[in-house]
Design a binder for this molecule. Sequence first.
Ligand code: GTB
Length: 214
Amino acid sequence: MKPTITAFECSPDGGKGLARDTRVRWALEEVGQPYDVRLVSFAAMKEDPHLALHPFGQIPTYEEDGIAIFETGAIVLHIAETRAGLLPGDAGARARAITWIFAALNTIEPPILDLTVARIVEGNRPWATARLPLVLDRIRTRLAQLSVRLGGAEWLDGAFSAGDLLMVSVLLRLRMSGLLDEYPNLAAYVAHGEARPAYRRAFEAQLAINAPAP
Ligand code: GTB
């Protein structure tokens, strides 16, 4: 049975890759696993049938042969553990790749999400302008550390892995801010990830759903 994932019926970014089903699509494309997509409206996401799949009323979810899971990190890890191509066979290298999954989602992504909150969600609060430099500094701290670790390498730890997939996915959210360009090796790393044929297929598939009808 093909896995079924959920995605926005109408993505706020017009399907430009920012919604998190892109990460799941990318993982499925990397391992060559065909999949189905069930589109859900914002209203349907908060109704019982979807809440049974995702207690927080969000996308993406993943269903396959009696398995129903949510959280992008868990979904990508599940795909990587059940198909070849996204985790190395060697135990040490595999553990390090999984470490990068957690680093992307637990250490790098939170300050990046804070930027969206600071600029958009709380952008009209009286303290928003004073807070912004603090948020930017926290992002720069992490980017500088990551930049040092990556150095001139192609990927974070040897071959491309699920850790790179999630790190690139997290970092590309920064493109519009210009912050990524302050760290040329990180900008090149993200561009290299986005150039992968599997990423392109995932991106195009999401965009196609949101493209206006001809
Ligand atoms: N921790 C969860 C995971 O990683 O799976 C977070 C899932 C999540 O945030 N889902 C969002 C969602 O369902 C979509 S991806 N939101 C609806 C809701 O909470 O009611 C976040 C997202 C959405 C849209 C854009 N965009 O258009 O720019 C960017 C990111």
